[in-house]
Ligand binder design. Structure first.
Ligand SMILES: Nc1nc2c(c(=O)[nH]1)N[C@H]1C(S)=C(S)[C@@H](COP(=O)(O)O)O[C@H]1N2
Ligand SMILES: [Mo]
Length: 520
């Protein structure tokens, strides 16, 4: 029995052929990338490359719009673009199959270039892309032939009459290819994670006790108001910002840190040696330069680590040096003023976070933590190299993308309770939040209701000058209806928080946080 097929349906068949063939391309590449480095997967390499070329405004937009789901959003948009391109390729292959194969080769060259451009990839890391390209071309050939067969022979029929068996043949070709793509892709991902010992090693790792433990958190550091964040942020709730699509998985056995550049003596230290040093503990509040006024890209943890000044003292920086360029395993770099790493603040090579080894996504096995500086100029995760140099001789990752070379954290405050747009009862009404001026400390916080006078808020007990400090203003009576609350903080040197609203780029947002809420 024969049936008639419209050109539209035909076009869909070719589009489908293109999509499943592209799927097989990436599935084969994913499986083939298992024995090679992470960035040998063309998907990972392209995503990483894309993040690197992202201009600051787009990065801000992505963080503002998607929060810490910015990478998921990136994967989804890349997926949609890829899907459309693959469908188009299939439709092209109907009339010009050699041309379509040529496009796949061009695509493979582009993907191979992306892989090649990643730090620490070699010639062998191009194998997965090449294997994917071969599979993609064969699959396209196979599925497009099957689609052609469903067209019958146009010359001998006035209508497009299609034998049912050739349609079944086409469906089989497409499903076999699609199933292959999914199986290989999922299998590849699963195998790469089994292969990685980092998380297993981390689970089993027993960190030494601190030679100098942190003082206990003062009982009064936490304001007792519903909805306030915890003074010490649990690891699972700690914000995460980095350019790594796949979290680097480093076996501590292979970890080494090099200290070199403008020093009298080059140094190298491995993980066992690092753990054998007298470690100290301190609570430090990390903040991201991309945090908007009122934002959540800030967290406070107890870090266990070794003071970087001790290592630098052994290497003996030359007098003309003024910066340390730290590099992570995945190629990210940060420029930190030498002084912030050698003065008496506890700039750490951290191995522990809240009594655990660093979580993989927070830098396992070793990261930097420097009180008073935004993360992008100081908090290098998966750190493997410290080069002592000068600001006029080297630029770090975000400084080549429009952000300032120096990033001291700006005096800031945030209202956590009530939440914006909340409806609250007038009984036991409290305006509460957090203020921070890392390494200087907070001396005063003021809150204003509507256009009323500034009122001094009650401050929580200070933990350390390197941590944030909570505040609360208890409000006796407020009329039903809509209101706003505004907050501003003073640091211990008497400076007032900047009022003028400024966006995060190029060195941190300013402006007083204000929330609107309704009293029942
Ligand atoms: N290797 C690496 N380290 C990095 C980054 C990065 O992209 N790569 N981002 C920095 C930035 S911008 C911030 S704000 C902090 C965030 O640390 P967290 O993810 O542990 O909160 O890490 C810093 N360290
Ligand atoms: Mo950041």
């Amino acid at each position: 029995m024969n049936s008639t097929v419209s050109p539209n349906v035909q076009r869909w068949r070719y589009a489908l052929a293109g999509v499943v063939s592209a799927g097989l391309f990436f599935g084969v590449a994913e499986l083939a990338s298992v024995p090679f480095t992470r960035a040998s997967s063309p998907l990972v390499a392209v995503g990483a490359w894309f993040i690197d070329i992202t201009p600051p405004w787009l990065k801000d937009f992505a963080i503002a719009a998607f929060g810490t789901n910015d990478k998921l959003a990136l994967f989804i948009s890349m997926g949609i673009v890829a899907l459309l391109a693959a469908a188009l390729l299939g439709i092209l292959a109907r009339r010009a199959s050699a041309f379509a194969a040529g496009l796949i080769i061009l695509l493979a060259i582009a993907l191979g270039t992306a892989v090649w451009s990643r730090a620490a990839t070699g010639i062998l890391d191009l194998v997965p892309t090449a294997a994917g390209a071969v599979a993609g071309i064969l699959a396209l050939n196979y599925t497009v032939r099957a689609a052609e067969a469903t067209e019958g022979s146009n010359s001998s029929h006035t209508e497009h009459e299609v034998p049912r068996s050739s349609r079944r043949e086409f469906l089989r070709a497409v499903s076999v290819t699609a199933a292959g793509a999914v199986l290989l892709g999922v299998g590849g991902r699963a195998l790469s994670s089994v292969r990685n010992v980092a998380s297993a090693t981390r689970e089993a790792l027993q960190l030494p006790r601190a030679a100098t433990p942190a003082a206990a958190v003062p009982a009064g550091a936490q304001i007792n108001v519903d909805g306030m964040p915890q003074h010490v942020t649990p690891n699972a709730e700690f914000y995460r910002i980095d350019t790594a699509l796949r979290v680097p998985e480093i076996d501590p056995k292979n970890w080494r840190l090099r200290i070199h550049g403008m020093v009298e003596e080059d140094l190298e230290i491995d993980f066992a040696e690092l753990l054998a040093q007298p470690l100290i503990e301190s609570r430090v509040t990390l903040a991201c330069v991309s945090n908007p006024v009122g934002g959540e890209l800030i967290g406070n943890a107890k870090w266990l680590g070794y003071p970087i000044r001790e290592l630098l003292a052994r290497a003996r920086p030359l007098p003309e040096a003024d910066m340390v360029l730290s590099t992570s395993h995945d190629g990210f770099t940060a420029s930190t003023p030498l002084e912030a790493l050698t003065d008496d603040r506890d700039a750490l090579l951290a191995v522990g976070m809240n009594d655990e080894p660093l979580p993989l996504e927070h830098g396992f096995p070793v990261r930097m933590v420097v009180p008073g500086l935004y993360g992008y100029v100081s908090a290098t995760k998966w750190v493997i190299d410290l080069e002592v140099t000068r600001f006029d001789q080297a630029l770090a990752y975000w400084s080549t993308r429009g952000w300032s070379t120096h990033g001291p954290i700006k005096l800031s405050s945030r209202i956590d309770v009530p939440r914006a747009k909340a409806t609250v009862s007038s009984e036991k009404l409290a305006i509460a939040g957090t203020a921070w001026a890392q390494h200087t400390g907070i001396s005063k916080v003021e809150v204003r209701l509507d256009d009323g006078p500034w009122q001094q808020a009650e401050l929580a007990e200070q933990d350390s000058v390197d941590t944030w400090r909570q505040f609360v203003l208890r409000v006796d009576s407020l009329a039903a209806g809509e209101h706003t609350a505004t907050v501003r903080a003073y640091d211990r040197e008497g400076r007032l928080q900047i009022e003028e609203p400024m966006s995060p780029a190029p060195n941190g947002a300013t402006g007083w946080h204000r929330v609107s809420f309704t009293v029942k």
